[in-house]
Write a protein that binds this ligand. Structure first.
Ligand code: ATP
Ligand code: MG
Length: 278
């Protein structure tokens, strides 16, 4: 046998389908339908698709927060359904809105970040050591959130919370980083700061695989290597970012004619106003 050794697989979905019963519709819905995906060490994926496409559902599988109705999901070598998910979750950094809502608002920014040490909602005071606080402060500096150390989480603005959540997700030195709309609510400097933090991370931890959901192509980090387009629970396209983020494919995913431009790792989409305009 010849060839290079492939990087280890961090996340593998095979025929992953998530079904839910809709009482309102009186029928079963497929939130995800036969999804196959492999994310390897060193890869940085972006997941795009319209509202309701199944992006968060996919992230919840990847974060070991839920299980597929059929098919298989393997996270960091462990097959969901056959392992202790609490131990597995400690190895995953995850940022999402539902998790943000479940965190205790009265905790300070620093305490919120420290809950990430063991990926819990409440700080594990007995397990925390001085090194944890040191690490939390260093990560807050990475995401420009030093001034939030003593502010209550519930008093923080949306953008400030997003920064704390990213620092929190990095606390346990995760082996897989999952970010569901990390730039939601960030202003322009905030977004660029986040992309800068992700660039630093990609440089410092080149093997750490990441999967990021976003709605805006402008929010795609230059370190992104792969893209996945989802629509109605199905994969429309998946692969190297430049192959997937074409005007045709993105227009197809969003059912809207757009021109996609990619330059130096940054992406943008603009609505197409007639074929002969120029
Ligand atoms: N428990 C449930 N029962 C029924 N439908 C559900 C359930 N959970 C989610 N859905 C539906 O599944 C679809 C996919 O939801 P999901 O949150 O994964 O979408 P999304 O791509 O993350 O969308 P958005 O961009 O708005 O965040 C949505 O239409 C949602 O209403
Ligand atoms: Mg979502």
């Amino acid at each position: 046998m010849s060839g290079t050794t492939a990087a280890p697989v961090a996340l593998a979905l095979r025929g992953a389908t998530v079904r839910r019963w809709s009482t309102a519709l009186g029928r079963e819905l497929r939130l995800l339908d036969d999804v196959a995906l492999e994310v390897r060490a060193g890869e940085h994926w972006v997941v795009l698709g319209p509202n309701g496409a199944g992006k968060t559902t996919l992230m919840h599988l990847a974060a070991a927060m839920s299980q597929p109705s059929s098919g298989t999901v393997e996270v960091l070598g462990a097959r969901l359904g056959a392992v202790d998910v609490r131990a597995l979750r400690e190895r995953i950094g995850f940022v999402d809105a539902r998790l943000a809502r479940s965190l205790r608002g009265h905790l300070t920014g620093l305490q919120t970040v420290m809950t990430g040490a063991f990926n819990t909602i409440i700080p594990q005071v007995r397990r925390l050591k001085p090194e944890h606080e040191e690490r939390a402060r260093a990560l807050m500096a990475l995401v420009s959130a030093e001034e939030l150390a003593d502010r209550r989480f519930e008093d923080c603005s949306q953008g400030e919370r997003q920064r704390l959540l990213l620092a929190r997700a990095l606390m346990a030195d995760p082996e897989l980083l999952l970010l569901d709309e990390p730039a939601a609510g960030l202003d322009l400097p905030g977004r660029e700061g986040l992309l800068g933090a992700l660039a630093t991370l990609a440089r410092d931890r080149p093997a750490l695989p990441t999967v990021t959901v976003t709605h805006h192509l402008e929010e795609i980090a230059p370190s992104t290597t792969h893209a996945l387009l989802l629509r109605s629970g199905r994969i429309l396209a998946a692969g190297p970012v430049a192959d997937v983020l074409t005007s045709e494919r993105v227009s197809d995913a969003f059912a809207l004619a757009v021109d996609v431009r990619g330059r130096c790792g940054r992406w943008a989409a603009a609505v197409r106003h007639g074929a002969d305009e120029g």
